[in-house]
Design a protein. Structure first.
Length: 378
Protein backbone atom coordinates (compact mmCIF):
# COMPACT_ATOMS: atom_id res chain seq x y z
CA UNK A 1 0.00 0.00 0.00
CA UNK A 2 1.24 3.40 -0.81
CA UNK A 3 0.77 6.56 1.21
CA UNK A 4 1.48 9.91 -0.41
CA UNK A 5 1.72 13.39 1.04
CA UNK A 6 2.26 16.87 -0.45
CA UNK A 7 3.56 16.39 -3.97
CA UNK A 8 5.73 19.49 -3.80
CA UNK A 9 8.32 17.45 -1.93
CA UNK A 10 10.88 15.35 -3.86
CA UNK A 11 9.67 11.81 -4.70
CA UNK A 12 11.13 8.76 -2.99
CA UNK A 13 12.72 5.72 -4.64
CA UNK A 14 9.29 4.44 -5.64
CA UNK A 15 8.52 7.62 -7.55
CA UNK A 16 5.96 8.51 -4.87
CA UNK A 17 5.64 11.65 -2.78
CA UNK A 18 7.46 11.35 0.52
CA UNK A 19 5.49 10.88 3.71
CA UNK A 20 5.61 13.69 6.25
CA UNK A 21 7.05 12.96 9.67
CA UNK A 22 3.66 12.71 11.37
CA UNK A 23 2.40 10.02 8.97
CA UNK A 24 5.69 8.13 9.20
CA UNK A 25 5.38 8.01 12.99
CA UNK A 26 1.82 6.74 12.74
CA UNK A 27 2.75 3.97 10.31
CA UNK A 28 5.82 2.86 12.29
CA UNK A 29 4.49 3.20 15.84
CA UNK A 30 3.22 -0.37 16.23
CA UNK A 31 6.48 -1.99 15.14
CA UNK A 32 9.36 0.00 16.65
CA UNK A 33 9.43 -1.14 20.27
CA UNK A 34 9.25 -4.87 19.56
CA UNK A 35 11.70 -4.56 16.66
CA UNK A 36 14.30 -2.96 18.97
CA UNK A 37 13.95 -5.73 21.54
CA UNK A 38 14.11 -8.48 18.93
CA UNK A 39 17.19 -6.94 17.35
CA UNK A 40 19.19 -7.26 20.57
CA UNK A 41 18.71 -11.02 20.77
CA UNK A 42 19.11 -11.91 17.08
CA UNK A 43 21.97 -14.31 16.31
CA UNK A 44 24.81 -12.83 14.25
CA UNK A 45 24.74 -13.37 10.50
CA UNK A 46 20.95 -13.62 10.23
CA UNK A 47 18.33 -10.92 9.68
CA UNK A 48 17.12 -9.72 13.09
CA UNK A 49 13.66 -10.88 14.07
CA UNK A 50 10.78 -8.46 13.78
CA UNK A 51 7.52 -8.40 15.62
CA UNK A 52 5.79 -11.75 15.17
CA UNK A 53 2.21 -11.21 14.02
CA UNK A 54 -0.50 -12.59 16.26
CA UNK A 55 -2.62 -15.13 14.39
CA UNK A 56 -6.21 -15.10 15.59
CA UNK A 57 -8.92 -17.59 14.66
CA UNK A 58 -12.31 -16.08 13.90
CA UNK A 59 -15.58 -17.36 12.48
CA UNK A 60 -17.49 -16.04 9.47
CA UNK A 61 -20.53 -14.75 11.35
CA UNK A 62 -22.24 -13.34 8.24
CA UNK A 63 -21.70 -13.16 4.50
CA UNK A 64 -23.62 -10.70 2.30
CA UNK A 65 -23.71 -9.76 -1.37
CA UNK A 66 -22.91 -6.04 -1.42
CA UNK A 67 -22.76 -5.45 -5.19
CA UNK A 68 -22.03 -7.27 -8.42
CA UNK A 69 -19.04 -9.51 -7.66
CA UNK A 70 -18.61 -8.02 -4.17
CA UNK A 71 -19.30 -9.87 -0.93
CA UNK A 72 -18.76 -8.72 2.64
CA UNK A 73 -17.73 -10.92 5.56
CA UNK A 74 -18.37 -10.20 9.22
CA UNK A 75 -15.78 -11.98 11.34
CA UNK A 76 -16.22 -12.63 15.06
CA UNK A 77 -14.67 -14.71 17.84
CA UNK A 78 -15.78 -18.36 17.63
CA UNK A 79 -17.90 -20.10 20.25
CA UNK A 80 -15.88 -21.25 23.23
CA UNK A 81 -13.32 -18.44 23.01
CA UNK A 82 -15.28 -16.56 25.65
CA UNK A 83 -18.52 -16.90 27.55
CA UNK A 84 -20.39 -15.45 24.60
CA UNK A 85 -22.00 -16.80 21.48
CA UNK A 86 -20.57 -17.61 18.05
CA UNK A 87 -22.37 -14.79 16.27
CA UNK A 88 -20.09 -12.13 17.72
CA UNK A 89 -22.78 -10.60 19.90
CA UNK A 90 -21.99 -8.15 22.66
CA UNK A 91 -21.46 -11.09 25.03
CA UNK A 92 -18.59 -12.48 22.93
CA UNK A 93 -14.86 -11.84 23.01
CA UNK A 94 -13.70 -8.35 22.18
CA UNK A 95 -11.39 -7.97 19.21
CA UNK A 96 -8.36 -5.66 19.08
CA UNK A 97 -9.23 -2.02 18.30
CA UNK A 98 -8.59 -0.41 14.94
CA UNK A 99 -8.73 2.99 13.28
CA UNK A 100 -9.99 4.02 9.81
CA UNK A 101 -7.58 2.91 7.11
CA UNK A 102 -6.57 -0.32 8.89
CA UNK A 103 -6.55 -3.75 7.27
CA UNK A 104 -6.30 -7.38 8.30
CA UNK A 105 -4.53 -10.25 6.59
CA UNK A 106 -6.87 -13.13 5.86
CA UNK A 107 -5.37 -16.65 5.95
CA UNK A 108 -7.46 -18.65 3.50
CA UNK A 109 -8.00 -22.44 3.71
CA UNK A 110 -5.76 -22.97 0.66
CA UNK A 111 -2.85 -21.29 2.43
CA UNK A 112 -3.17 -18.07 0.46
CA UNK A 113 -2.86 -14.84 2.42
CA UNK A 114 -4.65 -11.71 1.30
CA UNK A 115 -5.04 -8.28 2.87
CA UNK A 116 -8.38 -6.49 3.07
CA UNK A 117 -9.34 -3.12 4.49
CA UNK A 118 -11.66 -3.04 7.48
CA UNK A 119 -14.85 -1.30 6.42
CA UNK A 120 -17.10 -1.66 9.42
CA UNK A 121 -17.46 0.46 12.54
CA UNK A 122 -14.34 0.82 14.74
CA UNK A 123 -16.69 1.19 17.73
CA UNK A 124 -17.91 -2.39 17.18
CA UNK A 125 -15.32 -4.35 19.14
CA UNK A 126 -16.98 -7.70 18.47
CA UNK A 127 -16.93 -7.89 14.68
CA UNK A 128 -14.59 -7.05 11.84
CA UNK A 129 -16.06 -6.43 8.40
CA UNK A 130 -14.23 -6.74 5.09
CA UNK A 131 -15.46 -6.63 1.50
CA UNK A 132 -13.93 -8.57 -1.40
CA UNK A 133 -14.44 -8.08 -5.12
CA UNK A 134 -14.04 -11.16 -7.29
CA UNK A 135 -11.07 -10.57 -9.60
CA UNK A 136 -11.20 -12.49 -12.85
CA UNK A 137 -7.82 -14.01 -13.78
CA UNK A 138 -6.44 -12.97 -10.39
CA UNK A 139 -4.34 -15.00 -7.98
CA UNK A 140 -7.31 -17.01 -6.72
CA UNK A 141 -7.73 -15.36 -3.34
CA UNK A 142 -10.87 -13.41 -4.17
CA UNK A 143 -12.48 -16.42 -5.85
CA UNK A 144 -11.75 -18.50 -2.75
CA UNK A 145 -13.46 -15.93 -0.53
CA UNK A 146 -16.51 -15.92 -2.81
CA UNK A 147 -16.76 -19.65 -3.51
CA UNK A 148 -15.30 -21.40 -0.46
CA UNK A 149 -15.81 -19.30 2.65
CA UNK A 150 -19.27 -19.55 4.12
CA UNK A 151 -21.07 -18.62 7.31
CA UNK A 152 -19.90 -20.66 10.27
CA UNK A 153 -16.47 -21.44 8.79
CA UNK A 154 -13.38 -20.65 10.80
CA UNK A 155 -10.62 -18.54 9.32
CA UNK A 156 -7.34 -17.17 10.65
CA UNK A 157 -6.29 -13.54 10.48
CA UNK A 158 -3.38 -11.36 11.51
CA UNK A 159 -3.73 -7.69 12.34
CA UNK A 160 -5.23 -5.19 12.32
CA UNK A 161 -2.42 -3.03 11.00
CA UNK A 162 -2.68 0.47 9.55
CA UNK A 163 -0.57 1.58 6.58
CA UNK A 164 -3.14 4.17 5.46
CA UNK A 165 -3.90 6.13 8.64
CA UNK A 166 -6.52 8.85 8.72
CA UNK A 167 -4.99 11.99 10.22
CA UNK A 168 -8.39 13.73 10.50
CA UNK A 169 -7.28 17.05 9.03
CA UNK A 170 -9.80 19.88 9.40
CA UNK A 171 -10.80 19.64 5.71
CA UNK A 172 -10.71 16.39 3.73
CA UNK A 173 -11.76 15.03 0.35
CA UNK A 174 -12.20 11.26 0.06
CA UNK A 175 -12.01 9.82 -3.48
CA UNK A 176 -13.00 6.16 -3.88
CA UNK A 177 -13.00 4.04 -7.02
CA UNK A 178 -15.15 0.90 -6.85
CA UNK A 179 -14.00 -1.41 -4.05
CA UNK A 180 -11.69 1.42 -2.97
CA UNK A 181 -14.60 2.63 -0.84
CA UNK A 182 -13.67 0.09 1.84
CA UNK A 183 -11.01 2.09 3.74
CA UNK A 184 -12.71 5.42 2.99
CA UNK A 185 -16.16 4.60 4.33
CA UNK A 186 -14.93 4.47 7.97
CA UNK A 187 -12.96 7.67 7.30
CA UNK A 188 -16.12 9.44 6.14
CA UNK A 189 -17.98 8.35 9.25
CA UNK A 190 -15.09 9.48 11.45
CA UNK A 191 -14.97 12.84 9.68
CA UNK A 192 -18.71 13.29 10.23
CA UNK A 193 -18.39 12.29 13.88
CA UNK A 194 -15.64 14.84 14.44
CA UNK A 195 -17.49 17.62 12.65
CA UNK A 196 -14.81 18.06 9.99
CA UNK A 197 -15.31 19.79 6.64
CA UNK A 198 -15.42 16.68 4.46
CA UNK A 199 -16.52 15.43 1.05
CA UNK A 200 -16.75 11.90 -0.37
CA UNK A 201 -16.81 11.01 -4.07
CA UNK A 202 -17.47 7.38 -5.05
CA UNK A 203 -16.93 6.37 -8.67
CA UNK A 204 -17.53 3.04 -10.39
CA UNK A 205 -18.59 1.34 -13.60
CA UNK A 206 -22.28 1.31 -12.64
CA UNK A 207 -24.45 1.61 -9.56
CA UNK A 208 -24.82 -2.15 -9.48
CA UNK A 209 -21.04 -2.59 -9.24
CA UNK A 210 -20.56 -0.08 -6.41
CA UNK A 211 -20.74 -1.62 -2.91
CA UNK A 212 -22.43 -0.21 0.18
CA UNK A 213 -24.94 1.87 -1.78
CA UNK A 214 -27.51 1.79 1.05
CA UNK A 215 -24.98 2.87 3.68
CA UNK A 216 -23.70 5.68 1.49
CA UNK A 217 -27.29 6.83 0.90
CA UNK A 218 -27.84 6.99 4.67
CA UNK A 219 -24.61 8.94 5.07
CA UNK A 220 -25.68 11.34 2.31
CA UNK A 221 -29.08 11.87 3.93
CA UNK A 222 -27.44 12.69 7.26
CA UNK A 223 -24.92 15.05 5.62
CA UNK A 224 -26.56 16.74 2.62
CA UNK A 225 -24.19 17.84 -0.12
CA UNK A 226 -21.19 15.91 1.16
CA UNK A 227 -21.55 12.58 -0.68
CA UNK A 228 -21.36 12.29 -4.47
CA UNK A 229 -22.04 9.01 -6.31
CA UNK A 230 -20.71 9.03 -9.89
CA UNK A 231 -21.30 5.85 -11.95
CA UNK A 232 -19.40 5.90 -15.24
CA UNK A 233 -22.41 4.68 -17.24
CA UNK A 234 -24.46 7.67 -16.08
CA UNK A 235 -22.04 10.58 -15.96
CA UNK A 236 -19.05 9.32 -17.92
CA UNK A 237 -15.58 8.45 -16.67
CA UNK A 238 -14.53 11.43 -14.55
CA UNK A 239 -11.31 13.33 -15.11
CA UNK A 240 -8.95 13.46 -12.15
CA UNK A 241 -9.04 17.27 -12.11
CA UNK A 242 -12.82 17.10 -11.89
CA UNK A 243 -12.64 14.73 -8.91
CA UNK A 244 -10.21 17.07 -7.17
CA UNK A 245 -12.33 20.14 -7.85
CA UNK A 246 -14.47 19.52 -4.77
CA UNK A 247 -11.47 19.55 -2.45
CA UNK A 248 -11.69 22.21 0.27
CA UNK A 249 -8.99 24.86 0.11
CA UNK A 250 -5.79 23.63 1.77
CA UNK A 251 -7.54 20.34 2.54
CA UNK A 252 -6.16 16.82 2.49
CA UNK A 253 -7.09 14.25 -0.16
CA UNK A 254 -7.42 10.52 0.57
CA UNK A 255 -7.66 8.35 -2.53
CA UNK A 256 -8.14 4.60 -2.96
CA UNK A 257 -9.09 2.68 -6.09
CA UNK A 258 -7.76 1.38 -9.41
CA UNK A 259 -4.20 2.28 -10.35
CA UNK A 260 -5.20 4.49 -13.32
CA UNK A 261 -7.41 6.60 -11.07
CA UNK A 262 -4.71 6.99 -8.44
CA UNK A 263 -2.10 7.87 -11.06
CA UNK A 264 -4.45 10.44 -12.59
CA UNK A 265 -5.14 12.04 -9.22
CA UNK A 266 -1.43 12.21 -8.49
CA UNK A 267 -0.72 13.92 -11.82
CA UNK A 268 -3.55 16.42 -11.39
CA UNK A 269 -2.92 17.10 -7.71
CA UNK A 270 -0.50 19.98 -8.32
CA UNK A 271 -3.24 21.96 -10.03
CA UNK A 272 -5.71 21.56 -7.16
CA UNK A 273 -6.21 23.70 -4.09
CA UNK A 274 -5.54 20.77 -1.74
CA UNK A 275 -2.43 20.69 0.43
CA UNK A 276 -1.77 16.96 1.03
CA UNK A 277 -2.39 13.70 -0.78
CA UNK A 278 -2.63 10.26 0.83
CA UNK A 279 -3.40 7.18 -1.23
CA UNK A 280 -3.58 3.41 -1.02
CA UNK A 281 -3.25 0.84 -3.78
CA UNK A 282 -4.81 -2.61 -3.90
CA UNK A 283 -2.20 -3.80 -6.40
CA UNK A 284 1.57 -3.34 -6.72
CA UNK A 285 2.70 -0.04 -8.12
CA UNK A 286 4.29 -0.14 -11.58
CA UNK A 287 8.03 -0.74 -11.57
CA UNK A 288 9.90 2.50 -12.13
CA UNK A 289 13.58 2.82 -13.03
CA UNK A 290 13.88 -0.96 -13.24
CA UNK A 291 17.17 -2.43 -14.47
CA UNK A 292 17.87 -6.08 -15.30
CA UNK A 293 19.81 -8.09 -12.72
CA UNK A 294 20.20 -11.71 -11.60
CA UNK A 295 19.28 -13.90 -8.65
CA UNK A 296 21.34 -16.96 -7.71
CA UNK A 297 19.61 -19.60 -5.61
CA UNK A 298 22.19 -20.33 -2.95
CA UNK A 299 24.86 -22.91 -3.67
CA UNK A 300 22.76 -24.61 -6.34
CA UNK A 301 24.28 -22.37 -8.97
CA UNK A 302 20.89 -21.80 -10.52
CA UNK A 303 20.66 -18.25 -11.85
CA UNK A 304 17.37 -16.45 -12.52
CA UNK A 305 17.40 -13.37 -14.76
CA UNK A 306 15.14 -10.54 -13.53
CA UNK A 307 14.04 -8.29 -16.43
CA UNK A 308 13.70 -4.55 -16.03
CA UNK A 309 9.89 -4.74 -15.97
CA UNK A 310 9.37 -7.63 -13.51
CA UNK A 311 9.84 -7.88 -9.77
CA UNK A 312 12.30 -10.23 -8.13
CA UNK A 313 9.36 -11.80 -6.31
CA UNK A 314 7.58 -12.67 -9.56
CA UNK A 315 10.69 -14.39 -10.88
CA UNK A 316 11.39 -16.16 -7.58
CA UNK A 317 7.82 -17.38 -7.28
CA UNK A 318 8.05 -19.14 -10.63
CA UNK A 319 11.10 -21.04 -9.40
CA UNK A 320 9.91 -21.46 -5.78
CA UNK A 321 6.10 -21.75 -5.83
CA UNK A 322 5.94 -22.15 -2.04
CA UNK A 323 7.67 -18.82 -1.37
CA UNK A 324 5.19 -16.87 0.80
CA UNK A 325 4.03 -13.37 -0.09
CA UNK A 326 1.13 -11.09 0.70
CA UNK A 327 1.05 -7.31 0.10
CA UNK A 328 3.52 -7.21 -2.84
CA UNK A 329 4.15 -3.57 -1.95
CA UNK A 330 7.04 -3.66 0.50
CA UNK A 331 5.44 -3.18 3.87
CA UNK A 332 4.21 -6.51 5.29
CA UNK A 333 7.52 -8.40 5.25
CA UNK A 334 6.00 -11.79 4.34
CA UNK A 335 8.26 -12.42 1.33
CA UNK A 336 11.52 -11.68 3.17
CA UNK A 337 14.64 -13.48 1.91
CA UNK A 338 18.29 -13.28 2.93
CA UNK A 339 20.98 -12.06 0.55
CA UNK A 340 24.35 -13.70 1.19
CA UNK A 341 26.19 -11.66 -1.42
CA UNK A 342 25.45 -8.65 -3.62
CA UNK A 343 24.25 -5.06 -3.38
CA UNK A 344 20.52 -4.56 -2.86
CA UNK A 345 18.57 -1.52 -4.02
CA UNK A 346 16.14 -1.46 -1.09
CA UNK A 347 12.76 0.01 -1.99
CA UNK A 348 10.63 -1.32 0.86
CA UNK A 349 9.07 0.55 3.75
CA UNK A 350 9.45 -2.20 6.33
CA UNK A 351 13.05 -3.19 7.03
CA UNK A 352 15.28 -1.28 9.42
CA UNK A 353 18.80 -0.24 8.51
CA UNK A 354 20.16 -2.97 10.78
CA UNK A 355 18.02 -5.62 9.10
CA UNK A 356 19.14 -4.49 5.67
CA UNK A 357 22.79 -4.55 6.74
CA UNK A 358 22.29 -8.14 7.96
CA UNK A 359 21.13 -9.21 4.49
CA UNK A 360 17.35 -9.01 4.65
CA UNK A 361 15.52 -8.13 1.43
CA UNK A 362 11.88 -7.85 0.37
CA UNK A 363 11.92 -9.04 -3.26
CA UNK A 364 8.41 -7.77 -3.99
CA UNK A 365 9.79 -4.24 -4.47
CA UNK A 366 13.54 -4.24 -3.92
CA UNK A 367 15.97 -4.80 -6.77
CA UNK A 368 19.68 -4.62 -7.55
CA UNK A 369 21.85 -2.36 -9.72
CA UNK A 370 21.98 -3.25 -13.40
CA UNK A 371 23.95 -6.42 -14.05
CA UNK A 372 24.35 -7.22 -10.33
CA UNK A 373 23.92 -10.81 -9.11
CA UNK A 374 22.30 -11.35 -5.71
CA UNK A 375 23.13 -14.69 -4.09
CA UNK A 376 20.20 -15.76 -1.92
CA UNK A 377 20.14 -18.17 1.00
CA UNK A 378 17.37 -20.59 0.04
Amino acid sequence: MDIGTPVTRPPDLYGRPRSDSFMQKLAAFSDNAVTRLARRSSPPGRPPATKMPVIRELVVAAKHQEAEDVVSLRLAAPAGSSDGSSDGSSDGEKLPPWQPGAHIELHLPSGRKRQYSLCGDPADRYRYRIAVRRIANGGGGSAEVHDVLGEGMRVAITGPRNAFPFAAEASVLLIAGGIGITPLLPMAREAARRGLDWRLVHTGRSRGSMPFAAELAELAAAAPGRVSIRPDDESGVPEAADLLSSSPAAGAVYCCGPAPMIDGVRRAFGGSCASALHFERFAPAPITDGRPFELQLGDTGRVLPVPYDRSALDVLHEALPDLPFSCRQGFCGTCRVRVAHGDVDHRDRRLTATERAAGAMLPCVSRAPEGERLVLEV
